[in-house]
Design a binder for this molecule. Sequence first.
Ligand SMILES: [Zn+2]
Length: 178
Amino acid sequence: MKYAIDLGHGVGRDRGASGIRDEEDLINETGALVIQKLKLLGHEVIEVRPKNCAGITNSLQQRCDAADDAKANIYVSLHFNAANGRANGTEVFAMSLPGRRLAQKIVNEISALGFINRGVKDGSHLYVVRSTSMPAVLVEGCFIDSMRDIALYEAEHMANAIVLGLCGKTPNIADKAA
Ligand SMILES: [Zn+2]
């Protein structure tokens, strides 16, 4: 399998949300582990976050183009949520039927870590979900401004849950039970 991994934000002025923790930090630490684990499982990984961009739309289009050019099989965009400090839980956006099936597996695995399961949501308004040619999911791991979620959050476990949702296995399943 060839996965396009989109580490959300992190370029130009687009630095993501801030809360108890910064979205960008959680994306980067979880994302690095997701990439490492997918490679350990023998998958090919294309990182699609651009180094430079001419604005948000250009940043998002470059990510989609990179995935399309590489003929990735699955597109995974990593994000963390922020709201009013009271919302919590995990949700995954998708549009196509295969995308939704994958999204359901991912959201179930993340909620198995103890996060509230907010379910699969319609991602047809999201640029990277609607503008990629392969099944795409956008993961909102948990809320960075929720005390509950930040207390539960652990990059290793979050990454394992995402990889488990994507592939049905992880290279180090023992971590998940810990
Ligand atoms: Zn985001």
